[in-house]
Design a protein. Structure first.
Length: 92
């Protein structure tokens, strides 16, 4: 499903005009992005939890040359689905 598909689904199920559906979806996505960028986690009951983790510098190796290099620190986003979502996906 793409963002356009999501907008269309919101439009059809809510009965809002397309412009309002676009604004709703964009607003929700902006809130999610801003919250995660600030380092907070997002927990959606019955769906799952988005968490930003900090990875530290580490030593890696170039597989072509075997040369050792430092992989810089960065933040990663993880998602842990809720038990209800897992059950829905697995048909339980």
């Amino acid at each position: 499903m793409t963002k356009a598909d999501l907008i269309e689904t919101v439009r059809v199920t809510s009965g809002f005009p397309k412009k309002a559906a676009v604004e709703i979806v964009e607003s929700v996505l902006d809130i999610i992005k801003e919250t995660l960028a600030s380092g907070e986690e997002i927990k959606v009951s019955g769906f799952g939890k988005f968490v930003v983790h900090q990875k530290h510098d580490r030593t890696g190796r170039n597989p072509q040359t075997g040369e050792s290099l430092t992989i810089t620190a960065r933040k990663i986003l993880t998602f842990k689905p809720s038990i209800l979502l897992k059950q829905e996906i697995n048909g339980d």
